[in-house]
Design a protein around this ligand. Structure first.
Ligand code: TXA
Ligand code: MG
Length: 355
């Protein structure tokens, strides 16, 4: 398949929107930027069209897709009911990086919902995504625009690398602002459940809804202990090894001193090191990537997937990473990093040293 690449900057927003509309209405695939990560879109209301997404990504077809809408009024036809809790969340966080799970209406094909009777819906705030969705006027099914299992795409160059020859159109809209996927909340249970951490934190969800529980399978301890395989995450996508660079990745946790010393002692000249600005100088110049500053967790979220992808280019044989912060968006960052590591996590017990 021939893949066309259009740029918002060079070709203009209107041309980009019209080109996407043409592709989607013809049943094709187009990748476009959102505020979280790039999405790989198709018409979400015709199963034969959304099915093409699974083939292009190499994604298992039991892993449901998120429907993206440009206007609140598009929601009603897609779901059997809009609970009052959803109204409050939409008022607080839409458009924006929050995906809400509803009971699906008959209009939504099971190919899009991965065979489930529920459907994930999100209204992106990115001006390009928003304009494309408004121009098309139909709900667009869009997973992250990466090959299945690989790190999500946060730059047009990542999308071009993964999807050239597999999609009709790629829209270059520059780097995405956030860098990790949307928070997912399920409102079809008795109590709201957060299924995936993202830019919108559990605390923010609780401040709007009161009680919100976290799917136990997505907790740090569950991923490390491989308990998530037993606990069976409610978001099917969270069960797969994910976001992974080609080389195996191990995360080290402990005191700053112990972590740096251990990584330094284990690294050889085929090892990649993932660190932060504050510790960059402690490691070799080559094959060390700083993902951002501990003082600015949003910078870490922004750079994470690009950093993971950069190790593939360096052709390292393994990657050693520091544990990154876990407050606020750090929860989403560590969730992605732990999934990328397949749960490979080493905690170092600090030994008392003689002076
Ligand atoms: O930020 C985002 O959400 C990005 C951009 C492109 O919007 N999209 C994204 O899609 O991350 P994807 O397909 O990579 O991740 C969707 C996640 C998967 O883990 C999937 O299993 C879960 O959402 N999901 C979708 N529908 C669901 C449903 N009905 N019930 C439970 N989980 C669902
Ligand atoms: Mg994904």
């Amino acid at each position: 398949m021939e893949t066309e690449v259009l740029s918002v900057e060079k070709d203009g927003l209107e041309a980009v929107c019209e080109a996407c509309k043409e592709v989607f209405l013809a049943g094709g695939l187009a990748a476009f930027p959102t505020e979280t990560v790039y999405g790989l879109g198709a018409d979400g209301l015709h199963g034969e069209n959304s099915a093409k997404i699974y083939a292009a990504k190499g994604r298992p077809s039991d892993n449901p897709l998120i429907l993206h809408i440009g206007e609140r009024s598009q929601l009603d036809a897609l779901v059997t009911e809009v609970p009052e809790s959803a109204e409050r969340l939409m008022d607080a966080f839409w458009p924006g990086p929050l995906t809400i799970i509803f009971k699906k209406s008959a209009l939504v094909p099971e190919t899009t919902s991965g065979g489930l009777q529920t459907i994930a819906v999100r209204m992106p705030s990115h001006p390009v995504a928003n304009a494309i969705l408004k121009t098309c006027g139909i709900p667009i099914a869009a997973p992250s625009a990466n090959l299945s299992g690989r790190p999500s795409t946060t730059r047009a160059s990542h999308v071009i690398e993964d999807l050239t020859g597999r999609v009709d159109l790629i829209i270059d809209g520059g780097d995405v602002p956030i860098g990790v996927e949307s928070t997912i909340i399920d409102l079809t249970q008795d109590v709201p459940v957060m299924l995936r951490p993202g830019y919108i934190t559990l605390e923010q969800l609780r401040s709007v809804l009161g009680e919100v529980i976290e799917d136990p399978a997505i907790r740090r301890e569950s991923i490390i202990g491989h308990m998530n395989e037993v606990l069976h995450p409610k978001a099917p996508g969270m069960k797969y090894r994910h976001y992974a660079p080609k080389a195996p990745l191990t995360i080290f946790s402990g005191t700053e001193e112990d972590v740096i010393e251990t990584i330094r002692s284990l690294a050889d000249d085929t090892t990649g090191i993932l660190t932060v600005d504050e510790h960059r100088a402690a490691y070799p110049a080559e094959r060390t990537v700083s993902v951002g500053s501990l003082k600015d967790p949003e910078s870490i979220a922004h750079n994470l997937f690009d950093a993971l992808r950069s190790f593939d280019e360096m052709q390292v044989t393994r990657i050693l990473s520091e544990d990154l912060s876990e407050a606020d968006i750090g929860d989403a960052i560590m969730n992605r990093l732990l999934k990328a590591a397949g749960g490979s996590f080493v905690t170092m017990k600090s030994e008392k040293r003689e002076p």
